[in-house]
Design a protein around this ligand. Structure first.
Ligand SMILES: Cc1cc2nc3c(=O)[nH]c(=O)nc-3n(C[C@H](O)[C@H](O)[C@H](O)COP(=O)(O)OP(=O)(O)OC[C@H]3O[C@@H](n4cnc5c(N)ncnc54)[C@H](O)[C@@H]3O)c2cc1C
Length: 439
């Protein structure tokens, strides 16, 4: 009997550097590529926010379209369904007589719950769910410590990893794909099918993000080779205005349209062909932060979603939190630097790293609002939302996560003075009438 392997695409929406896809084409006589739009991702969350806002929903739909067209170019196709994976995948397994299911393992609690349920349902059909580990720069098996012993301080983790581990080469590109002749593919659902209206594009955005691996690879090519911006990344990365002050790779990396290893090896190429300096090192350093939060999620499970974090620390809360949170969300705190950043987030789904640190700190330390509400709001709005990076960074800023410094405090006035000395960013995002409180 011929072997058909179902490839369950999740946050690995690419054909380059994709071990799951490569292995499935090698081990199977044919593959069945599938993507599920899980309705749980498109409704309300348990916090006062939606799980996914329209801007990210659009980015996801675009990414799935691009994946489908890449698979078609290789002779394959993609089945897309709206439904829970634990219900849809077993149905497809039965319909097509699938022999095995492959997927990339996720680290966050909800995502793990879903694969547990898929695994359970498949067991009943005596079908194996094979897990691959492929979202990080450094492979979990190549770390110099078991997950439970990973230091809670990033610097200690980084130094040992840099000294004792290595980044694997990218996996070969699949050359051709064989799918069942009778594979029935409905069109990719549109935004309306997921319950959204198309978001308006805001011309002020730092970049008009479009989902998909094609656009992600294009952006990387532009940032490294055309704009030649990598050579100055360390000096410009705290910028607020313009397309190239930082890479803007995050939305594609978060959905797996761009592999962090692909970025790493492109940096190495750039270093050998153009220049190797602090900036080229620093981009990899930032990717290591991303790895770190993912490994921390493995270590501490869903403690990252608790108000007290993994440190179990209680934080003070203002009596009128709800009202303060509303003002923060809408960019109406009266502090221009905060409000401008929130306006950018609400209008475009993006905010610089410097902005994120400031608005998060302001919500928790100045307004004394429950940080998990802020994290949940970012989860809804960010185009690059990724559970470990978002909740890990929020817990860090709130002081209940991996920050070794007790009581780190962002002085917003000082930050605005340093990073927006002429007020250009504030003026760009706020009307004159909104800049009355000078910070
Ligand atoms: C409160 C808060 C919430 C955040 N939420 C997210 C999130 O949901 N998704 C997300 O990808 N990033 C998140 N970040 C991290 C960071 O702000 C973004 O990755 C970065 O701003 C994206 O812009 P860039 O691609 O131009 O980054 P660059 O500066 O060009 O960095 C290159 C890549 O490194 C990774 N990276 C950089 N900084 C961090 C960091 N601090 N933590 C983890 N990875 C990092 C990203 O993949 C990024 O694309 C958050 C930071 C804070 C303070």
């Amino acid at each position: 009997m011929s072997k058909l392997i179902l490839v369950w695409f999740r946050k690995d929406l690419r054909v380059h550097d994709n071990e799951v896809l490569l292995e499935a084409t090698r081990k199977g006589d044919a593959i069945l590529p599938v993507y599920c739009f899980d309705p749980r991702h498109y409704g309300p969350s348990e916090y006062p926010a939606q799980k996914t806002g329209a801007i990210r929903a659009q980015f996801i739909v675009e990414s799935v379209h691009d994946l489908k067209s890449s698979l078609q170019k290789l002779g394959g196709d993609l089945i897309t369904v709206i439904g829970k994976p634990e219900e849809e995948i077993p149905k497809l397994v039965a319909q097509y007589q699938v022999s095995e299911v492959y997927h990339h393992r996720e680290v966050a609690w909800e995502e793990k719950q879903v694969s547990d349920k898929v695994e359970e349902a498949l067991w009943k059909q005596q079908i194996n769910l094979k897990h691959f580990i492929g979202h990080t720069l450094y492979h979990k098996e190549h770390l110099p410590f078991p997950i439970k012993d990973i230091p809670d301080v990033f610097t200690n983790f980084r130094k040992k990893v840099e000294r004792e581990s290595f980044v694997r080469p990218c996996f070969d590109l699949v050359q051709a794909i064989k799918v069942p002749a009778a594979m029935a593919c409905a069109p990719v659902p549109g935004l309306a099918d997921l319950g959204y209206q198309a978001p308006e594009r805001d011309e002020r955005a730092v970049w008009q993000f479009k989902g998909g691996e094609t656009e992600g690879l294009k952006r990387m090519h532009h940032y490294f080779w055309e704009a030649d911006a990598l050579r100055n990344y360390k000096e410009t990365r705290n910028g607020l205005l313009g397309a190239d002050y930082s890479s803007k790779f995050s939305p594609w990396i978060a959905l797996g349209c761009l592999s962090p290893r692909e970025v790493y090896w492109e940096v190495k190429k750039y270093e050998s062909e153009r220049i190797a300096n602090d900036s080229t090192y620093w981009l990899v350093f930032e990717l290591l932060w991303r790895d770190y939060f993912r490994f921390m999620f493995k270590k501490y499970g869903n403690k990252f979603f608790h108000k007290t974090g993994f440190k179990g620390q209680e934080l003070p809360e203002a009596p009128n939190q709800e009202e303060l949170f509303e003002r923060w969300k809408n960019g109406q705190t009266g502090v221009p630097f905060i409000d401008a950043n929130m306006h950018e987030l609400n209008a475009t789904g993006f905010m610089s790293n410097r902005g994120r640190q400031n608005v998060a700190s302001y919500l928790v330390k100045d307004l004394k609002v429950n940080w998990t509400w802020g994290a949940a709001y970012f989860e809804e709005k960010l185009i690059d939302y990724c559970p470990a990076s978002n909740w890990g960074n929020w817990a860090y800023v709130a002081g209940v996560g991996n920050d070794p410094r007790e009581d780190r405090y962002f002085n917003i006035a000082k930050q605005a003075q340093t990073y927006d000395p002429k007020g250009a960013y504030v003026a760009y995002w706020l009307d004159q009438s909104e800049t009355s409180v000078l910070v």
